[in-house]
Ligand binder design. Structure first.
Ligand SMILES: O=C(O)c1ccccc1NCC(=O)[C@H](O)[C@H](O)COP(=O)(O)O
Length: 210
């Protein structure tokens, strides 16, 4: 089971994550209203980080995204807004990077609406709907995913906490396409700063799932 640690904004904390945890991805939030916003200029040390860095964007232009890709050395792009298929296709084609397209779950999914995105995304990421776009700390009803109809791998997100490993394991048995989980506010000391030992223990437990 892959691990994405999202919403990192402090270089010392990012270095600890790199040294002690080595998750599959770490997320940098490029959405100004977020308390985890990293700003639009790269901060010292960020381009030296060897982890795969995923930029999280909400309805940003292709040009603005490409600028962050170049400046921060991103290897993935998470589209967390209402990006339509044409926009996602253009971003995939121009960047050539790994694309995570987010869908925010309220009470049910209309799977046919995701179909046209399939050629342009590497993962669908399912997060809890919130007016703040993300980082709510709230889980959604995972039952909704049980009839997920595509082969495209998915990432589970939204309020995931360290005590949910067994539930994630059960979900994986029902949805083999579940490739990873995305964690954020439930592992924070404060917005943008993670409790590294809590993340490390969680990663060790997740390893049991494959
Ligand atoms: O985390 C934010 O502040 C945020 C704001 C706007 C868009 C996306 C944001 N986070 C992106 C993520 O991938 C989070 O990990 C995801 O929303 C789950 O967060 P949480 O519910 O806190 O675990």
């Amino acid at each position: 089971m892959k691990l994405k640690v999202c919403g990192m904004s402090n270089i010392g904390n990012i270095r600890e994550l790199e040294d002690q945890v080595q998750p599959d991805w770490m997320g940098l939030i490029f959405y100004p209203p977020s308390p985890r916003y990293v700003g639009d200029q790269p901060f010292p040390g960020i381009t030296d980080i060897s982890l795969r860095k995923v930029g999280v964007f909400v309805n940003e232009s292709r040009e603005s995204i490409q600028q962050k890709v170049n400046d921060f050395g991103l290897s993935g792009i998470q589209l967390h807004g209402d990006e339509n298929v044409a926009e996602v296709k253009a971003i995939k084609e121009s960047s050539g990077l790994e694309i995570f397209k987010v869908f925010k779950v309220i009470d049910r999914m209309k799977w046919t609406e995701l179909e046209a995105y399939l050629p342009w995304v590497d993962y669908f990421l399912f997060d809890t709907y919130t007016q703040n776009q993300g980082g709510s700390g709230q889980t959604f009803d995972w039952e909704i995913l049980k009839d997920y109809p595509f082969e495209k791998p998915i990432i589970l997100s939204g309020g995931i906490d360290a005590d949910q490993v067994n539930e994630i394991l059960e979900l994986k048995k029902l949805i083999p396409q579940l490739a990873g989980v995305d964690i954020n506010s439930r592992f924070e000391v404060e917005p943008g700063i993670k409790n590294i030992s809590k993340v490390k223990k969680f990663k060790a437990q997740l390893k049991k799932i494959e």
